[in-house]
Write a protein that binds this ligand. Structure first.
Ligand code: CP3
Length: 350
């Protein structure tokens, strides 16, 4: 296959690569002064998510500063439950507050997100942001994993997820139905983003590692695989990245079951282990520890090079193991990008 001219797509399609693609989870956010300015003008975080011009602006901001290979749609995983009819607020310092779903009536009352104003707004952001990026940059769309979004819908806020996990252990029929509804709506949501212009989709199942054993297979691996199957049917050429955070040695099972194009790997798992043990030459994304970026340019750059050494550039998407922390100096991100580029240039095969 020939090169697409976009390093991220090349790696995901196993085409010849021109360079190791780099992007950062939460690359648009409060660590950037220019983000804080737009957010202040927009009002709240949610008003920013639903203001297509402002959301498109913050989507492209990191690309003006850093030589990176992807833009990620600026939105939130909780847009889906919001569009399904739950109240949503973000309180400063507290994180999200979401209306809850805890019985069959409440699951049945959830709306389809097709035709919602929220979906229209997000698709408008995709279209505007896609116009504002360079040719070699790929546009990534995303949603949350069914289990992770269900966690927020059941608990209503960030938590240790005890209640959601108990409901899963009990295999409450309304919980099983909720996961099915989230599979359906998330597929519709990603499909709409693809129609609006995203070229890659990523599913963030941030709390995947909270479930173990059979529950992990039933409520993380199976729903993610079903989403991937349905999306492949509708959009065979759009690569899917699954970030089921915390699966550890089970990432390989997810790769096999889902046939996704790449797996996101949490910082806690050694990348050289993952590179040697997950799938056959599976494309892996991650997994620099975001805390290392708080250590400043030297520490972060040296950790970044260690990571680059652990996996060849043709099957790696350089990224963090989780989102950029508030308080990270933007210059540190720049130093990481430069260190990875320099290492790759010095070790390019002839
Ligand atoms: O740059 C990007 O990565 C794109 C935008 C993006 C946001 N959230 C913006 C955001 C993406 C991809 C997400 C995903 C998301 N949202 C996840 C999955 C990834 C992960 O972090 O595990 C989760 C669990 C959420 C839910 C969520 N949104 C929480 C728990 C919080 C509060 C914590 C926090 O950092 O404040 C948010 C808020 C949020 N989402 C912010 C941003 C930039 C901070 C809001 C602000 O500007 O005040």
């Amino acid at each position: 296959m020939s090169s697409t001219g976009k390093p991220l797509l090349d790696v995901l399609r196993c085409s010849p690569v021109t360079r190791r693609p780099i992007w950062f989870m939460r690359q648009a956010g409060r660590y950037l002064p220019e983000y804080r300015k737009v957010r202040e003008q927009a009002g709240s975080f949610l008003e920013l998510c639903y203001n297509p011009a402002a959301a498109a602006e913050v989507t492209v901001q990191p690309l003006r500063r850093f030589d990176i290979d992807a833009a990620i749609l600026f939105a939130d995983i909780l847009v889906v439950p919001h569009a399904m009819g739950l109240d949503l607020r973000f309180e400063d310092g507290e994180g999200p507050l979401l209306g809850t779903v805890r019985d069959v009536q409440e699951v049945n009352a959830l709306k389809q997100l097709e035709n919602s104003w929220q979906l229209k707004s997000i698709c408008e952001t995709v279209a505007l942001a896609s116009e504002g990026i360079a040719k070699h940059v790929a546009m990534i769309g995303f949603c949350g994993g069914p289990w992770t979004v269900a966690c927020y819908m059941i608990e209503g806020k960030s938590s240790d997820w005890q209640f959601a996990k108990l409901v899963a252990y009990r295999r409450e029929s309304w919980f099983i139905r909720l996961i099915e509804r989230l599979v359906e709506e998330s597929v519709e949501y990603l499909s709409a983003q693809i129609d609006a212009g995203v070229e890659v989709v990523q599913v963030f199942d941030s709390w995947a590692g909270e479930l173990t054993g059979r529950l992990r297979r039933e409520f993380v691996i199976a729903p993610l695989s079903e989403m991937t199957r349905r999306l492949h049917e509708r959009h065979p050429n759009v690569p899917i990245i699954l970030f089921a955070k915390g699966l550890g040695t089970d990432h390989g099972t997810l790769a096999e079951a889902s046939k996704c194009a790449a797996l996101g790997i949490e910082a806690e798992l050694s990348m050289s282990w993952a590179a040697g043990n997950i799938g056959h030459e599976m494309v892996l994304q991650g997994n620099l520890d975001p805390i290392s970026l708080l250590g400043g340019e030297q520490i972060a750059a040296s950790e970044a090079v260690e990571l680059a050494k652990a996996i060849p550039s043709y099957r790696h998407i350089f990224n963090l193991g989780h989102g950029i922390k508030v308080g990270t100096a933007p210059e540190t991100i720049g130093a990481v990008v430069e260190a990875v580029r320099n290492w790759d240039r010095a070790h390019a095969s002839p």
